[in-house]
Design a protein around this ligand. Structure first.
Ligand code: KG4
Ligand code: ZN
Length: 334
């Protein structure tokens, strides 16, 4: 049988990415143009700038993805695009490009939820066994998602305030580290010998929800107190204490959910999945639980179009297509 080639587009935040995925699992190409350098001097993503950069990069990414895949446009089976959630102006660039391609080539259009993409990045490297549980930790999301079958998502816990990655970035910024701060905090935490003790936010005993704003405030207090006293800020020790608090809560709640729902695998997803401390702590816990931990390689953890193509394949199999009415949505339920 003929392979299914899906051309996928991702522009929800600050990466312009186009990929071609074969049968939902094989990456034929995955081109990513990151805007991090541009946003770095503002200390965060500036939505207007992001949209403009997407417009500048999208055609080049499309051309490169098609070239590298060695698949002609006539062999494509569908066009997939992230419809939300994300920055509205950024999403719009991808959605408009996706619609234009689908209509010019007479192909079905598939809108994909960004988080479904992060979760299904795992399918590019592993075979999924259901029911499985996904811990989604990114700059915009912190969720525990139960997958009872392919494409069936049930959110059993979520952050009530900041996302984990957002907390990393804000804490890093307060300590004078560059954007995005997650990787810097991670590195400093590995280097430090001692840690500043910081609180853990467990919420109600039976809750799978998260909260990181209290922890963030605790870090800001420590930083400000050091500055007021004219002492040097113990950046590495604070990073270690912060990371320990985040990881303790993520690992504990994820493993409790694995047991409660009889999950056969734990899938780590999102940009914070790149965190070395989180990966190793989860690996140890999963070993104890006797449940495999699935983690995509670093390049598939942060935003990319390959993961969107992987998630789109599930919809392709079921014939779940969108019309030209498909809209970019800043807020969108999974
Ligand atoms: O998934 P992603 O690329 O974008 C969103 O959809 O949000 O995630 C980006 C987030 C940023 O907050 C970044 O600081 C964080 O992932 N991140 C990390 C690490 N690498 C990236 N956080 C902690 N440790 C890391 N090693
Ligand atoms: Zn993301």
């Amino acid at each position: 049988t003929k392979p299914v080639y899906i051309l996928a587009i991702e522009t929800s935040c600050d990466e312009t990415s186009v990929a071609i995925i074969e049968n939902g699992t094989i990456i034929r190409s995955n081109k990513i143009s990151s805007q991090i350098d541009t946003h770095q001097r503002f200390g965060g993503v500036v939505p207007e700038v992001a949209s403009r950069k997407h417009v500048e990069s999208i055609t080049r990414m499309l051309e490169q993805a098609v070239d590298e895949a060695g698949v002609s446009l006539h062999e494509l089976s569908a066009i997939a695009v992230t419809e939300g959630p994300g920055l509205i102006g950024a999403l719009l660039v991808g959605v408009v490009a996706g619609k234009a391609l689908a209509s010019a080539l007479g192909l079905p259009l598939i809108g994909v939820h960004h988080i479904a993409g992060h979760i299904y990045a795992n399918q590019l490297v592993h075979e999924l066994v259901y029911p499985c549980l996904s811990l989604v930790v990114s700059g915009g999301h912190t969720e525990l998602v139960l997958l009872e079958g392919p494409g069936s998502f049930k959110i059993i816990g979520r952050t009530r305030d900041d996302a984990a990655g957002e907390a990393y970035d804000k804490v890093a910024r307060a300590m004078g580290l560059p954007y995005p701060g997650g990787p810097h905090v991670d590195r400093l935490a590995q280097e430090a010998d001692t840690e500043v003790k910081l609180p853990r936010s467990w919420l109600e005993a039976d809750s799978y929800d998260f909260s990181f704003s209290g922890l963030k405030s605790a870090v800001l207090n420590v930083v400000n107190q050091s500055k007021m006293r004219g002492e040097t800020v113990q950046v590495a020790q604070i990073a270690k204490g912060f990371q320990a608090s985040v990881i303790d809560v993520l690992v504990e709640k994820a493993s409790r959910a694995v047991r409660a729902y009889g999950a056969k695998q734990l899938l780590l997803a999102g940009g914070v999945a790149a965190n070395k401390g989180l990966r190793s702590a989860l690996a140890v816990r999963c070993e104890e639980l006797g449940v495999p931990l699935l983690v995509p390689p670093h390049s598939l953890c942060t935003d990319n179009a390959a993961m969107i193509g992987a998630a789109a394949f599930l919809k392709w199999e079921r014939g779940e297509f969108d019309t030209m009415e498909l809209k970019a949505e800043a807020q969108l339920d999974l």
